[in-house]
Design a binder for this molecule. Structure first.
Ligand SMILES: NC(=O)c1ccc[n+]([C@@H]2O[C@H](COP(=O)([O-])OP(=O)(O)OC[C@H]3O[C@@H](n4cnc5c(N)ncnc54)[C@H](OP(=O)(O)O)[C@@H]3O)[C@@H](O)[C@H]2O)c1
Length: 232
């Protein structure tokens, strides 16, 4: 049996991916702040999940919870960070930008670094982050979302380079979704919206293939190319 942790498994993409991993013989550590939702997921398949409720913007408690969770799981092969937030913020309300930075930058970095150090110590492992196509181009509607997703993309690229330097079988996969039908998908004019289940299936396959970067769904790769051409 393999062991995984999904950070942000209470809803959306993380929840679907946690279910899929459990169906595929993983013992899964599920996290998020909403205890009741973690319990609901766990009660559906009690032997497949171990839950821990914590807020990843609290660095000290995040590290303590991850240390405990990995012991309870009996090891770790894969860690997926799905936690994230993004608000449309045309008025540039600073509190919204700060919350987004605290979660998508500080929380994300805390979890990434804990996982990388753990994998380096045990000499193998797979880190996966759910970034976004939004990280490839600035956004006048949601500046902090776009900028923090850009940070995540570059941070994962940096960790991938660091992993290659170790010559150890440590893999870093950057999943870049377009639109997925979750609470996060906001605004008018959404298109090519994937169901969370379809997104989770494509993410699961990308992890299995140890892909460095995967667009979800695949057609978003075309948009990524256009964004790259438009960016200066
Ligand atoms: N949906 C899309 O169209 C889309 C597109 C591109 C990228 N993404 C990315 O996909 C990831 C998952 O989002 P989703 O669409 O599945 O939305 P979601 O259903 O809103 O999931 C967000 C997850 O983040 C967790 N979270 C939020 N604040 C947290 C905190 N302070 N500490 C720990 N966990 C926290 C939530 O759990 P709690 O509230 O229980 O803490 C929840 O499990 C995000 O990183 C998002 O940026 C989504």
């Amino acid at each position: 049996m393999k062991r995984a942790i999904v950070i942000g498994a209470t809803s959306g993409i993380g929840k679907e991916l946690a279910k899929l991993l459990a169906e595929n013989n993983y013992l899964v550590g599920i996290t998020g702040r909403r205890t009741e939702l973690l319990n609901n997921l766990k009660n559906g398949k009690p032997n497949a999940f171990i839950s821990k409720a914590f807020d990843i913007t609290d660095t000290k408690s995040t590290i303590e919870h991850l240390e405990t969770l990995v012991v309870e799981l009996g090891g770790l092969d894969l860690l997926v960070i799905s936690s994230g937030m993004g608000e449309i913020n045309k008025e540039l309300v600073v509190d919204i930008e700060k919350m987004t930075i605290d979660l998508n930058v500080v929380g994300f970095t805390t979890v990434c670094n804990w996982a990388f150090n753990f994998f380096e110590k045990q000499k193998y492992g797979h880190l996966t982050g759910i970034t976004s196509i939004a990280g490839l181009r600035g956004s006048g509607m949601a500046p902090a979302y776009s900028a923090t997703k850009s940070f995540q993309i570059k941070y994962m690229e940096s960790l991938r380079l660091k992993a290659k330097g170790t010559k150890l079988p440590i893999y870093v996969t950057d999943i870049r979704p377009g639109f997925v039908d979750t609470a996060m998908a906001k605004g008018d004019g959404l298109f090519w919206v994937a169901s969370p289940h379809k997104a989770a299936l494509q993410i699961y396959r990308a992890i299995g293939r140890k892909r460095e970067i995967a667009y979800v769904t695949k057609r978003w790769k075309m948009v990524a190319l256009i964004f790259k051409l438009l960016s200066r």
